[in-house]
Design a protein around this ligand. Structure first.
Ligand SMILES: Nc1ncnc2c1ncn2[C@@H]1O[C@H](COP(=O)(O)OP(=O)(O)O)[C@@H](O)[C@H]1O
Ligand SMILES: [Mg+2]
Length: 575
């Protein structure tokens, strides 16, 4: 039960609230002890034969008053408890999100968004219930047991001994249910992650689903997953369903003993009818929460299982940061860089070495899968490069704090991603505030401005989820504008023109040369004619540097580059 630390830190953080709940519960339960006492005493008073109606009225009103007071307090503790549990929920959700966005990108290679989503919703819900109703009932049961049991013993010790006989059985049953619920609710929550993942993936890929008309297949696959979820949930419900009746039967055996043994005492005259009534009422007062205990225990088990799932995320290492201190940015060096994504995978980069002076333009070319994106992701430390393999301004990127590294490098990713926000907000993502002038300048440089002018709302146009309302080329240019807006000394364009026509590409490249003087620019492009003017061209082949040089040198060498060049020249000739 590693989840418990999560529990205790929250309890401590909200100790004022917890104290409020506990005090209110204790008060409610203490008040609750009064009515049985009054009723019992009233019965004894009646059996004296000299009862006055006025005294009975008084007792009646007393009970009414007590119950009103109890109702008020009950309202108070529920309010405090629910308030508290909602706060814990908010807290957990915020912390979860903060944590999730800090996870290293490599984590997202291994998991699904749906899994994280189900943790952020369903698991946090379970934990909230644990903190709300769970905590409440636990304290309630404890207080009632602690206060009622002494009264029962005081009223009649022998009788209490007999009624306690079933207790060990109850303990065993509780324990069994505890273990089973834990196991089964873990399974339910895990599988719920799969179901959510499926929903997310299908809806994300809805256009592909429609294009390939696989709606029915997807529906069937989903129904299968759903039915597994039902089966697991039912198996969890079954444990609980068996538990309640057994619990009640065992407990009622106690009541049977009371009637039998207690009744005989009354007949023998050892016990007054009033005291017997008190005993029965107090026992009933104890039974209620005891039966509720079963439900609480299952709440605990589900809550703890969910907390463990949250802790799995909280316990993950964050993206590793470098030590403090700035570096003079600009010059970049790769030194014998060898990298693989996971220990059981092949090397995707092997012994890559080359250096780039500050302000140079570098083109990385090579076939798909050559490792170009991997190389640039390592430079931006989206993945962790080995120590001593990549240097910016003479400093190992591993030693540069991520916050300053991200200010040094602006990335246009190979797959453009926009948020469902306005175009202005998207372009100004890396800026403290979306200044219209900066947004427009960046957008002009990226050759996006003309297109934006034709949008009904211009830069205030909402782009839809992931930018679905834009064309591929517009999306890419919006991402380029976003990178240009931050004015970072190093710019990475990873295949940023794949959906942009050749003419626009050349214009953007010219604009950047104009605007970005002094910037070190890394460009991946499949159109060699757009990178032939680069200061340095690095040819990657199967993760190795095949050649480094300027365009003319590489053409003269008759290698891979010259091959590619010749082919592309032919193609352009045909066009
Ligand atoms: N996140 C990842 N996990 C494991 N392997 C990856 C990952 N990303 C890319 N690869 C593999 O690394 C190799 C290089 O990919 P990449 O750098 O994207 O090539 P490209 O030169 O086309 O940009 C490919 O074989 C690809 O399958
Ligand atoms: Mg790539």
């Amino acid at each position: 039960m590693k989840g418990l630390s999560l529990f205790s830190t929250r309890l401590w953080r909200y100790r004022g609230w917890v104290l409020g709940v506990v005090v209110a519960i204790v008060v409610v339960d203490l008040i609750g002890l009064i009515p049985p006492w009054i009723v019992g005493s009233a019965v004894d008073y009646l059996s004296t034969g000299a009862a006055e109606p006025r005294t009975l009225w008084l007792w009646g009103f007393l009970i009414l008053g007590v119950e009103c007071g109890r109702a008020c307090m009950r309202f108070t503790w529920r309010r405090i408890a629910f308030d508290f549990s909602r706060r814990v929920e908010m807290d957990l959700r915020n912390e979860f999100m903060a944590r999730a966005v800090r996870l290293p990108p490599s984590y997202f290679d291994r998991t699904t968004i749906g899994d994280l989503m189900s943790r952020a919703t369903s698991d946090i819900d379970q934990v909230r219930m644990l903190f709300g109703m769970g905590l409440l009932t636990l304290f309630d049961v404890l207080t009632i047991v602690v206060t009622t049991l002494p009264i029962l013993i005081w009223l009649n010790p022998t009788l209490t001994l007999y009624t306690s006989l079933p207790l060990p059985f109850l303990a065993v049953i509780c324990w069994k249910v505890f273990i089973e619920t834990h196991r089964r609710s873990h399974a339910v929550q895990e599988q719920l992650g799969d179901v959510t993942a499926r929903v997310v993936e299908n809806l994300n890929g809805i256009r592909v689903v429609k294009a390939f008309a696989t709606e029915d297949v997807e529906k069937e696959r989903f129904e299968q997953l759903s039915s597994v979820q039902v089966r697991l949930s039912l198996s969890l419900a079954r444990v609980q369903a068996v538990f309640f009746p057994i619990f009640t039967i065992v407990f009622e055996t106690g009541t049977l003993l009371v009637l039998w043994i207690g009744g005989s005492s009354v007949v023998r005259g050892d016990l007054t009818v009033g005291d017997f009534l008190k005993y029965v009422l107090y026992l009933g007062w104890l039974t209620g929460p005891m039966v509720g205990l079963g439900w609480t225990l299952s709440l605990y088990q589900r809550g703890i299982a969910s907390m463990e799932r949250l802790n799995q995320i909280f316990g993950l290492p964050e993206a590793e940061d470098g030590a403090a201190g700035g570096a003079a940015p600009g010059a970049v060096e790769f030194r014998n860089l060898t990298f693989r994504f996971a220990p059981d995978r092949e090397d995707v980069l092997r012994d890559v070495s080359f250096s780039v002076p500050a302000g140079a333009s570098v083109a990385i070319v090579g076939r798909t899968g050559a490792g170009k994106t991997a190389l640039l992701n390592l430079l931006a430390r989206l993945y962790q490069p080995p120590r001593g393999s990549i240097f910016i301004g003479g400093r190992d990127v591993r030693d540069i704090p991520l916050a300053s590294l991200r200010q040094m490098i602006a990335v246009v990713p190979q797959e453009p991603f926009l948020f469902s926000d306005t175009l202005a907000e998207n372009i100004a993502l890396g800026l403290p505030a979306p200044e219209p002038a900066v947004v427009e300048a960046a957008s002009r440089a990226a050759c996006l401005h003309e297109a934006v002018e034709r949008f009904p709302q211009g830069y205030e146009q909402i782009v839809g989820e992931r930018g679905v309302t834009l064309s591929g080329g517009q999306k890419q240019r919006a991402c380029i504008a976003r990178a240009l807006a931050v004015n970072a000394p190093i710019l990475i364009l990873d295949d940023a023109f794949s959906s942009v026509d050749a003419e626009t590409e050349d214009r953007v490249v010219a604009n950047m040369r104009e605007a970005g003087r002094g910037r070190t620019v890394f460009t991946v492009s499949h159109r060699l004619s757009s990178v032939m003017d680069a200061d340095l061209i690095v040819v990657l082949h199967e993760g190795r540097v095949a050649a480094v040089g300027r365009h003319e040198d590489l053409i003269r060498r008759h290698g891979l580059y010259a091959d590619l060049w010749r082919k592309q020249q032919l193609e352009e000739g045909i066009r």
